[in-house]
Design a protein around this ligand. Structure first.
Ligand code: ADP
Length: 588
């Protein structure tokens, strides 16, 4: 088993050798014990044979079993029925993966090289624990916290670490520790850590993974909020995290025997007590709510190292897309790097598991239309299904259909006019979930900040639907509700968070309890409300002017929507450019 990890991280020579040597020692110890047992049995058999005695001693006979056997059996069975459930509740609830079972290595962790690098460092310390402790005098890292939104690959990474390290991996979900019996949660935690220590001593190392650790490690749990008394489960966790150096039961027993013997022996002949080496355990706790964890858990020597799992960047998404697409049946057109880059753009904000799921959903769409490979269109449909929901076959009245198409065309026209850096993806009047129609538009480049003018443009786009309704229908509909809500939210952020509306006072700094969000705080102040109102009014005026000046674009989009229901990508820009070049002015 040589040494890819070491070359990756240029770490101490022979790090894996520590684990391998410990495993070899454990194997030899097991063999020695077995040999000793066999030797005793063989000696017994040999002795009985040469003395020509029967193999079993005379006092072993089963005569009485025939008489009392059935009654005894019933008593034993009854005892078992009562005892077994209780024994079960105190058992460790983990699932054990042996090396190779997980089928995942660090090569399967895509899209986050920095994380892999960080994890490799931890892994090398874990694998080289003996050299680190004995030669360098360091204290090995015992516990690491994986923190980040769901689906960002925390469990996946832990499994890969176990796969790479070649040690047992004990997976447990925090909820499995919880029990209705008083004290059982603590008992299960103890049992889990006992299993970890045992596995580590037998195999040279073990990795324990506790999913959603906040469920047992949050501050509330420590105060007995989960009904486990004052000592609490957090205390148990803290104690267990320090337990890897404690001697095994066998060593303790042998120590007691030697101590008793030493009392009789003169000083020169005193026997030396055996010491067990610490169990090489790495505990990984995963959570998406690290802030809720009890601070005592985060002190040095406990979960003192925290690794943050973020959503993947564009390059990361591209890598994940390549990884999964190569495993799923797809149209050769999707092998084009340009298409794959476009897919990476479209999946901005997606976690790795969402990307995997999107590709599966595209395969389902392929099946639905009778194909056996996903195409670009299947991917687009899958994306809409994932983000907005399945299309619902409802019949709009002709007037309603026209109104919805006008509304969406208004959004699209303003988006095209103001959002030079925006890509128009989907324009639709098919009902999905609560949305009667939609315009999906994204940035052309991945960005993490927005300028003042970009935010204003987004509010103008939101107002485009209402402006088109007023301009072309002479009336407005209830369909503007969602747009006004999102525009108000953005305007409130500009006023209360980003200092973009005349005042630099941050409403974010005001704490009014957990419930009060930014919009409530801003709208709760007269000045804030007036500033929001003015931003919205101004954006609405701008949108109205744009729609009025480019009525032919709005009409062309509306007509295309009425006849096609849904326009995707270039179909939208084709309709707009067609209207621009022809200078067509359709029927209002
Ligand atoms: P978390 O524990 O953070 O909620 P998981 O580790 O359970 O997320 O991730 C769910 C699935 O997503 C994994 O089983 C794996 O298939 C996929 N996945 C997550 N991260 C990655 C990654 N970096 N590369 C490839 N697949 C990933």
């Amino acid at each position: 088993m040589e040494l890819k990890l070491l070359s990756r991280a240029q770490l101490v020579e022979g790090s894996r050798a520590d684990v391998a040597a410990a495993r070899e020692r454990a194997r030899l110890r097991r063999l020695r014990r077995l040999l000793a047992l066999l030797a005793v049995v063989a000696a017994w058999l040999w002795w009985r044979t040469i003395t020509q005695a029967p193999v079993l001693p005379r006092w072993v006979h089963f005569g009485w079993l025939g008489t009392f056997g059935p009654a005894l059996l019933i008593v034993v069975l009854l005892g078992l029925v009562l005892a077994v459930p209780l024994v079960g509740t105190g058992r460790s609830p983990h699932v054990l993966y042996r090396p190779g079972d997980t089928g995942v290595t660090l090569d399967d962790v895509k899209g986050s090289p920095v994380l892999v690098e960080e994890v490799v460092k931890t892994l090398n310390l874990f694998l080289a624990y003996r050299s680190f402790r004995e030669q360098m005098g360091g204290t090995p890292r015992r516990a690491v916290l994986f923190e980040g939104p769901p689906g960002t690959g925390k469990t996946h990474m832990a499994k890969a670490m176990a796969g790479e390290a070649g040690v047992p991996f004990l997976f447990v979900s925090s909820s499995a520790f919880q029990s209705m019996y008083y004290g059982q949660t603590n008992r299960r935690i103890r049992a889990f850590f006992r299993a970890l220590r045992r596995a580590a001593r037998a195999e040279g190392g073990a990795i324990g993974f506790i999913e959603e650790i906040d469920a047992i490690g949050s501050t509330r749990a420590g105060m007995g909020g989960r009904g486990e008394g004052i000592s609490g489960v957090v205390n148990e966790l803290l104690i267990q995290l320090q337990s890897f150096d404690s001697p095994t039961a066998g060593v303790r027993l042998a120590g007691a025997a030697i101590e008793a013997l030493n009392r009789w022996l003169p000083p020169g002949l005193q026997l030396r007590r055996r010491h067990s080496s610490p169990a090489n355990v790495l505990v990984i706790g995963a959570t998406n709510r690290a802030a809720d964890l009890d601070p005592a858990l985060l002190r040095p020597g406990r979960f003192d190292r925290s690794i943050y799992f973020d959503l993947p960047s564009r390059a990361g998404r591209r890598e994940i897309i390549d990884y999964y697409l190569d495993r799923k049946s797809h149209d050769p057109g999707l092998d084009d790097p340009v298409r794959r880059d476009a897919l990476a753009d479209l999946t901005f904000g997606y976690s790795p598991v969402m990307i995997e799921h999107l590709l599966d959903e595209a395969l389902v769409w392929a099946l639905r239309r009778g194909g056996d490979q996903m195409t670009w269109e299947d991917l687009n449909r899958a994306k809409m299904t994932e983000e907005i929901g399945l299309p619902q076959p409802v019949e709009y009245t002709p007037a309603e259909r026209r109104a919805i198409a006008t509304h969406e065309a208004g959004h699209a026209a303003v988006a095209w006019l103001v959002g030079k850096g925006r890509r128009l993806e989907v324009l639709s009047i098919v009902k999905r979930g609560p949305a009667l129609g939609l315009l999906a538009h994204t940035e052309t480049e991945e960005r993490f900040t927005r300028t003042h003018s970009e935010l204003r443009a987004l509010i103008q786009i939101a107002m485009g639907g209402m402006a088109a309704e007023e301009e072309l229908l002479g009336d407005t509909t209830s369909g503007v509700g969602g747009d006004l809500a999102s525009a108000t939210k953005m305007a409130a952020q500009m006023v209360g968070s980003f200092g973009m509306a005349g005042s630099l006072v941050s409403f974010d700094a005001v704490s009014l309890g957990r419930e009060a969000n930014l919009v409530a705080k801003v709208l709760g102040s007269d000045d804030g409300r007036a500033a929001v109102e003015s931003i919205l009014e101004e954006a609405k005026g701008d949108a109205r002017r744009m729609v009025a000046e480019h009525l032919h674009i709005v009409q062309a989009l509306r007509d295309a929507l009425i006849s096609n229901d849904e326009l995707v990508g270039s179909q939208i820009t084709d309709a707009i450019e067609g209207a621009v070049t022809a200078g067509v002015v359709g029927m209002p």
